[in-house]
Design a protein around this ligand. Structure first.
Ligand code: FAD
Ligand code: MLT
Ligand code: ZN
Length: 449
């Protein structure tokens, strides 16, 4: 503790058990831990001093940003030290001419959006946890979100990073050159590394062209298969498509019940697709034309002004919160090849109920990029039968067991479904090289041992 206090200053070393407890449970309430202390460094040098102290004393170190992760990756094991990035913030340094920004790891996604917008640009990654999720956390998880179909995932935005690696060295490459083929691309390696290789302290990100004119349509379908076909067709036919988000009638009912909202349609539909078009000029006509070519639409609601668009988005973005009201969910965030998406959606509820008869299965997600969130409620936090059944089904369809949330603690034992023994051995070799004492986030991403 004295070494950690030397590293960050006593006021930024937290040891009061009641305070520390707040850093030891995840957003869903499914994963719990027990840290010895929390440190809040304010600079890269202080992060390096914390890493050095943890190495000297053989302590596990768990980076934590907004703690909005959904796979237990930011939850410390017993006796670990949490490194909270709360103080690693500063106004984003925006290069308005070049369309880039240098941003510190603790900055929220919402703050980065605001800085980009103020400079006439936008940032390509967005999702409902934007007010809490941090740039460092989104890099560590390679967050996806609602705009991947247009702008790619976080990895596609990151041009450079600054990080303190597990061996205590500081790597910094924030020049922002778009063309720079000078060896291994450490930003790509750190994207999706889930705090196991280094603590990200800053990043250089590309910005995307602003598209302030927006139109949102909520489309009702009698069959899930039709909604999936529509999402894929709109992705192909509508270049200004910014989001295509799939929901079920049951999911919308739940959101309306928990948040006390009026339903979006007079009738209930088996599947609902939210589509958003964004451009510099009003995209309503082009969206309407594309939707008129889509088969199976039985109902539609359209919004162009900000408040009404937000009201339609609320049905989609409130799914996570509404499902949490039913108790800690098992969150299975998966991608399917596009041809397998509709068959998977049709099969998965019965596959779950075969192993956990009383369970409820909630399906929603970013369908146009193949990503579906399968949430299972009514199952004890440590009962993994449903997880097993869903992830086996995903693998049988040639999908990924983690589309965007990462492996964390939740999915370590299924990593082999997507990664060969040779790949896992390569992962371990990288981990040993950058974090020789294994202090960074042990138990996350890679099976221990
Ligand atoms: P944390 O939860 O604090 O940490 C996540 C992981 O990153 C942990 O392994 C942690 O150790 C590591 N980490 C954090 N900061 C650093 C750092 N500076 N250096 C190294 N490692 C670090 N995710 C999506 O991909 N798409 C979505 O659409 C989406 N929507 C969401 C909606 C809601 C309502 C919620 C609650 C979550 C959602 N998420 C989504 C999940 C979550 O927001 C993302 O995973 C996000 O990237 C986590 O950021 P964070 O700052 O909260 O990280
Ligand atoms: C989403 O798309 O809403 C997020 O990934 C969060 C979730 O899966 O609950
Ligand atoms: Zn998602």
């Amino acid at each position: 503790l004295p070494d950690l206090a030397d590293a960050v200053g006593s006021p930024n070393l937290l040891t009061d058990p009641d305070v520390v407890a707040g850093y030891c449970v995840d957003w869903t309430g499914r994963f719990h831990g027990g840290a010895a202390a929390v440190v809040r460094p304010a600079s890269t040098d202080e992060v390096a001093a914390v890493v050095a102290a943890c190495r000297r004393h053989g302590l596990a170190l768990v980076p934590q940003g907004g703690n909005t992760g959904l796979v237990g990756g930011s939850v410390p094991g017993e006796g670990a030290v949490v490194l909270a990035t709360t103080r690693l913030t500063a106004p984003a340094d925006v290069d308005a001419a070049g369309g880039q920004a240098t941003v510190r790891a603790g900055t929220t996604v919402a703050a980065l959006h605001a800085a980009a917008t103020a400079a006439g640009w936008d940032y390509g990654v967005d999702f409902a946890a934007r007010d809490s999720a941090t740039v460092g956390g989104t890099i560590a998880t390679n967050a996806g979100g609602v705009r991947v179909l247009r702008h790619g995932d976080t990895r596609a935005q990151v041009l450079g990073v600054e990080a303190v690696l597990g061996d205590g060295s500081v790597v910094s490459h924030l020049g922002g050159l778009l063309k720079d083929n000078t060896g291994y691309h450490l930003p790509s390696l750190l994207c999706g590394s889930e705090g196991t290789l280094g603590v990200v302290t800053a990043a250089r990100v590309r910005l995307v062209a602003a598209a302030p004119a927006r139109a949102v349509a909520l489309l009702g379908f009698a069959a899930m298969e039709d909604a999936v076909t529509a999402a894929l067709a709109l992705h192909r036919d509508l270049p200004v498509l910014d989001a295509a988000e799939l929901m079920t009638g049951a999911g919308i009912d739940l959101v309306c019940r928990v948040l006390d909202l009026a339903p979006p349609f007079a009738a209930r539909h088996a599947a609902v697709l939210l589509v958003e078009a964004a451009a510099t000029g009003d995209p309503t006509a082009v969206l309407a034309e594309a939707v008129s070519g889509v088969e199976g639409v039985v109902d539609a609601a359209v919004a162009t002004d900000g408040p009404r668009r937000a009201a339609l988005w609320r049905y989609r973005e409130s799914h996570t919160e509404a499902i949490n009201h039913l108790g800690p969910p098992h969150k299975l965030d998966v991608t399917l090849p596009s041809a397998a998406l509709a068959p998977f959606l049709a099969e998965v509820p019965a596959v779950v109920r075969r192993v956990v008869p009383g369970a409820d299965v909630w399906l929603f997600g970013h369908a146009a990029d193949g990503n579906i969130h399968v949430n299972v409620t009514g199952v004890a936090p440590d009962d993994e039968a449903a997880d097993d059944a869903v992830l086996d089904l995903v693998a049988a369809h040639g999908g990924s067991i983690s589309a965007e949330h990462g492996i964390g603690r939740a999915k370590v034992r299924w990593l082999h479904l997507n990664r060969s023994a040779a790949e896992i051995a390569a992962f371990r070799a990288i981990k040993r090289a950058l974090d020789p004492d294994g202090i960074l986030n042990p138990g996350v991403l890679l099976p221990e041992g």
